[in-house]
Design a protein around this ligand. Structure first.
Ligand code: PLP
Length: 361
């Protein structure tokens, strides 16, 4: 059975097998890995190891800090403005690019803290595309400029990054994180919640440039304050220890797969297989996103005859292809092809789609 859920999503088989043995068996101290205190030496080793592995995978430059924080990406929708606004230095507004569902949600939260300037958007017509990145005019009193690197619901991704000059670029990379190499140095801050390519839900990775830790963040509660979290050895509050231990195993697995360049190539093959099945179906299936802007992680598609969608989903389920329903905001179908989905899973989906078209087309 292949699980195409958008998140929480499939974990690598090797990690699930390893986690069972390593995390839940009690050791000589009477504690299993998930029962040990977060301030103890054993967990510290796990934390440091996970941080180092992630930094190596992503080639994170030395002037960035990697934080593993409790909560999801939506916590960061508030934490980012709380930490980065700096009225004493005239940084009183925030800039956002509107690329779809999650960027709108991020803007809604940010508007509680500051005036939001929308610097780029998509016209909303089909085919869908990410905002053009050529000419973002970001006012200098903006504390940062935020984009959603991969829109999980809309199924689109930026093919290139904008240049925002001195205004630091912030990325919600939740649904594309670790799916391909990512040039951290283009960003002041990157965040991604875990439940797509990192591990189980409950943890969010924040990678932040050190100079941004100097901003006052007076309104940020301590667990949300990047400066305090970076300064504290194991974290200000109890970190999500299970999620961090599993993430460390996923980082190791990714290195064993050959690193992010190899992972990206495998992801490209999976996405190409599915998009070409859609594009060559003679209009039976359609993908609403323009080539070049199509997400390799979240493949959105529709049956042109929408009345067949429920039949498709039922048949798919019976064929062992689960969680293919599109997000309720946009309907249709969505296959999430995160790192742990093998090519064989996509092959099974494509075979089912051809068979369904033969029967219903
Ligand atoms: N941003 C993106 C791009 C997402 O895909 C999601 C969830 O799917 C979120 C933010 C919200 O994340 P969380 O549920 O971890 O708060």
């Amino acid at each position: 059975v292949w699980n195409f859920a958008a998140g929480p999503s499939r974990l690598p088989d090797a990690v699930l097998a390893r986690a069972g043995a390593e995390l839940f068996d009690r050791g000589a101290d009477g504690a299993a890995a998930i029962e040990r205190p977060f301030s103890g030496a054993a967990f510290r080793r796990v934390l440091d190891d996970a941080r180092e592995r992630l930094a190596r995978l992503l080639a994170v430059p030395d002037n960035y800090r990697v934080l593993f924080l409790a909560g999801g990406a939506m916590h960061q929708f508030s934490a980012v403005p709380m930490n980065l606004l700096d009225p004493a230095r005239g940084l009183t507004r925030v800039a956002y690019a509107d690329s779809g569902y999650w960027s709108k949600r991020a803007m809604q939260e940010a508007s509680r803290y500051a005036q939001v300037i929308v610097v780029a958007g998509h016209a909303g017509e089909r085919p869908l595309s990410a905002p053009a990145t050529g000419d973002w005019r970001v006012p200098p009193d903006c504390a940062y400029c935020h984009l959603t690197a991969n829109e999980t619901v809309d199924g689109l991704a930026y093919p290139a990054w904008p240049d925002t000059g001195d205004v630091p670029l912030v990325a919600d990379a939740t649904s594309c994180f670790l799916g391909a190499p990512f040039d951290v140095s283009r960003f002041g801050l990157i965040y991604a919640s875990a439940q797509k390519n990192i591990g189980p839900a409950g943890m969010t990775v924040v990678i932040v440039r050190e100079d941004l830790l100097q901003r006052p963040a007076r309104a940020a509660p301590s667990p949300f304050c990047y400066r305090l979290q970076a300064a504290s050895e194991a974290g200000v509050n109890t970190p999500p220890t299970l999620a961090i231990q599993l993430a460390g195993m996923v980082f190791e697995w990714l290195a064993d797969c050959g690193g992010l360049t190899a992972v990206a190539a495998a992801n490209r093959r999976k996405a190409d297989l599915l998009y070409s099945a859609i594009d060559s179906s003679g209009g039976f299936y359609t993908a609403p996103v323009a080539p070049g802007h199509r997400s390799t992680m979240n493949v959105r598609f529709h049956l042109t005859d929408d009345s067949l969608t429920e039949h498709f989903l039922l048949g798919a389920e019976a064929a062992g292809l689960t969680h293919l329903r599109g997000h309720r905001q946009v309907g249709g179908l969505r296959a999430s092809l995160y790192n742990a989905m093998p090519l064989a899973g996509v092959g099974a989906l494509v075979d089912f789609m051809a068979e369904f078209q033969r029967r219903r087309g």
